[in-house]
Write a protein that binds this ligand. Structure first.
Ligand code: SF4
Ligand code: SF4
Length: 362
């Protein structure tokens, strides 16, 4: 059994619950079982934005932000909005907790045998690529949760610095945010929509993971808010879209108007959906720059701020966002979304097809 002397050195953030802290301890305790972030992984999850703030201060700030979510509304409107937001946050916290508490069966295996003994149903290995199961899964995710799926291998460079995951293959899940609400960004109504989708997608990935486990697939769901992996490039690798200048994944159906969360899977159970067919979006971004012009904090640049080199399947991934400028405003407004609103791809598939034609005809 492999243990690590540094198991107590966990970098905490006020956004973490005790289940997540316990997970990070397991990750440090079993470094040969958990797939650790690559030594070149540069980015941390955005929950660390608050890492220098005490729990008490974080709570105070949060309560003040919740109060202001109803600014501009009458008394009843304010109370209703606050109630909706509190409901969203309770669901987010519940979903985040479940992502980790669902792993207890694997922890038990690790503590007893030093490895995960609960292996994925061997029939699924013999019947790879399990096309029927993939079809059933895609229909389930779409009908019950309005979630689109991709499947790919997780590059270690996309695991956030200091973190790790239990399984190597990624089912990438995407859920749309309503256009009418996001179009009102940076008004608070857009932030309510962002939090609503964080909450529902969190429930969706936990439920889809449960669906998979009931069919003998070992897996680990991860919440879309404050996760373990950098999801936009992962979803790009899985062929679901490509990253725009604003650092968000642009998909043909919703543009950047969605949230992403992964489910990590033990074996290569399905065929990869990898593709670079949406890479032309980079070309469009070069001449567009709307998000850069409209960003209220000037957090978007023309040039890369961070790049991760040699990522399998997508070569280099880059971000033009200065997170120190973006995150305070993102937190303040519960999700800002100005860069999503102004992105021409947010209009949907017709816009995607039109812009593609313009780029290809050049
Ligand atoms: S979320 Fe808002 S602050 Fe952050 S990059 Fe987009 S527009 Fe700028
Ligand atoms: S607003 Fe323009 S530059 Fe920014 S991501 Fe969208 S298409 Fe690219």
């Amino acid at each position: 059994m492999q243990t690590n002397k540094n198991s107590s050195e966990i970098k905490k953030s006020p956004m973490m619950n005790k289940e997540e802290i316990n997970y990070l301890k397991m990750c440090k305790k079993y470094p040969q079982i958990f797939i650790q972030a690559h030594r070149t992984s540069k980015q941390e999850g955005f929950e660390y934005f608050y890492s220098g703030v005490s729990n008490k201060n974080a709570k105070k700030k949060f309560l003040s932000r919740i109060w202001h979510v109803g600014d501009g509304l009458g008394v009843f409107g304010r109370l209703k909005r606050i109630w909706t937001m509190i409901g969203n946050f309770r669901k987010i916290m519940k979903g985040k907790k479940q992502c980790y508490s669902d792993l207890e069966v694997y922890y038990k295996n690790l503590e007893q045998a030093g490895k995960i003994t609960q292996n994925t149903n061997s029939n699924l290995r013999n019947t790879y690529p399990n096309k029927e199961l993939w079809k059933e899964l895609s229909e389930y995710a779409d009908k019950k949760w309005n979630v689109k799926l991709g499947f790919t291998k997780l590059p270690e460079q996309l695991i956030f610095k200091g973190k790790g995951v239990l399984f190597r293959y990624a089912l990438v899940c995407i859920q749309e945010m309503e256009k009418e609400k996001i179009d009102q960004a940076p008004k608070k109504i857009a932030g309510v929509e962002v939090m609503r989708v964080y909450a529902t997608l969190g429930f969706a990935v936990n439920d889809i993971a449960e669906w998979l486990r009931s069919r003998g697939v070992n897996c680990q769901s991860n919440h879309p808010l404050g996760g373990l992996v950098n999801t936009p490039p992962l979803a790009g690798k899985a062929g679901l879209g490509w990253i725009g200048r604003h650092g968000l994944l642009i998909t043909p159906e919703f543009g950047p108007r969605h949230r992403i969360a992964p489910i990590l899977i033990e074996n290569k159970t399905f065929e990869y959906t990898d593709s670079t067919e949406h890479r032309w979006i980079e070309q469009w971004c070069k001449n567009c720059g709307k998000c850069q012009k409209e960003c209220p904090t000037q957090a978007i640049y023309s040039e890369k701020q961070v790049s991760i080199e040699n990522v399998a399947g997508i070569s280099n991934t880059r971000t033009c966002i200065n997170r120190d400028k973006c995150f305070p405003y993102f937190n303040e407004t519960f999700g800002c979304s100005v860069c999503i609103k102004v992105c021409p791809f947010s209009k949907g598939i017709t816009s995607y097809k039109r812009l593609k034609k313009v780029v290809k005809d050049k």
